[in-house]
Write a protein that binds this ligand. Structure first.
Ligand code: HEM
Length: 215
């Protein structure tokens, strides 16, 4: 779980960097050219299959582990005060992960499925045809409820990653006086704050743009 989880964290950084092109204000040209590259480059296509496998392995292992934990203690402790020695996020990784899994399925249905199987409008840049994924993204995020769903899902992502990122290193046995504080800092502020906040800003920005609040 730690290896697939950390791989998914790496994917998030790349995915975020690519999607930041939505903010470019060029009517989606850079974003469409980038998406074209990502869906046609053989190395990236191979990494994508690894990504799909990682999502499935990570979720399945989580389910198996949760079942195993429940089965090993069928009778609950009479006195429980879990907040005394563990954080809320670490005790709710299963529910947070389930929310994220549902998010990923809906997200991939909206964008990935349309990109690969259509229908999708086409756009011409310098005589070459590109799939206009930018228009698909604009249309999806013109819906306020869909935007709200994304913002709430990104809050879930934040809580999941605050615990998940550092836990991934802990499971691999990487605990060191010098490096652990740095890992915790990256987990808290990078994966817990910056990455989810930038992802959440995208649907909000596209909503404001499609409704004429920003130019
Ligand atoms: C909120 C801002 C986000 C936007 C605007 C966005 C946009 C997109 C788009 C347009 C695609 C289709 C790309 C293609 O098929 O070429 C895509 C694919 C995908 N997205 Fe996102 N995404 C966002 C956040 C996320 C988050 C937070 C996750 C994970 C928790 C995620 C997971 C994925 C996955 C797994 C794919 C399939 C990637 C592949 O086929 O290689 N996305 N996203």
């Amino acid at each position: 779980m730690s290896l697939t989880g950390l791989f998914l964290c790496t994917f998030l950084i790349v995915h975020l960097a690519g999607n930041l092109q939505l903010f470019k204000g060029d009517e989606g040209r850079a974003f469409n050219v980038y998406s074209h590259f990502m869906t046609h480059n053989p190395v990236i296509m191979t990494i994508s299959y690894l990504l799909y496998a990682s999502i499935l392995i990570h979720s399945t292992m989580a389910l198996i582990l949760t079942r195993h934990n429940q089965a090993s203690r069928p009778v609950k402790y009479a006195y429980q005060r879990p907040e005394a020695n563990s954080h809320w996020t670490s005790r709710n990784m299963g529910i947070l992960g389930t929310i994220l899994f549902i998010f990923i399925v809906i997200h991939m249905r909206t964008f990935w499925f349309t990109m690969h199987f259509g229908p999708i409008p086409m756009v011409n840049y310098d005589g070459e045809e590109y799939k206009d994924l930018y228009t698909v993204v604009s249309a999806a995020f013109s819906n306020g409820l869909y935007v709200l769903f994304y913002v709430l899902a990104m809050a879930g992502l934040s809580f999941h990653l605050v615990h998940g990122f550092q836990s991934g290193f802990q499971t691999l046995g990487i605990r060191h006086k010098k490096y652990s504080p740095m890992i915790e800092w990256i987990g808290t502020y990078g994966f817990g704050v910056l990455i989810p906040a930038l992802f959440a800003a995208m649907p909000v920005y596209m909503f404001l743009k499609t409704h004429g609040f920003i130019g």
